[in-house]
Write a protein of this length. Sequence first.
Length: 127
Amino acid sequence: MATNPEQLEQPREPSDFLPLKQAVFQILLALGNEQMHGYGVMQALSEKTGGRERILPGTLYASIARMVDQGLVEELDAPDGESSGGPQRRYYRTTPLGREVAGAESERLRVLLDVARSEKILTESNR
């Protein structure tokens, strides 16, 4: 019996994606409200975290491909006049679903941080 592809689709609730893989969360945070190419995502993550977090190119591009398939990010045409001097760069931005998922993951982590604080695991001295 043939299966209808629409029947295979999973619900698209933000909580369905949790917990996020680290690379996926890093990419969503790096993109924020902007559109950027892959190398820009790596740079933004490093800048936003003061160099504490990095993502390697292989992980970045494999994760982005999955995220596009899942509807968390979308690929865009390069901005007019953009010239990298090489092959045309691919640009990405977070979708509304991707922003909701990033928010849900942020809330999930906030709850865990609250527990760590209440158990005196995370204190001012070990930040």
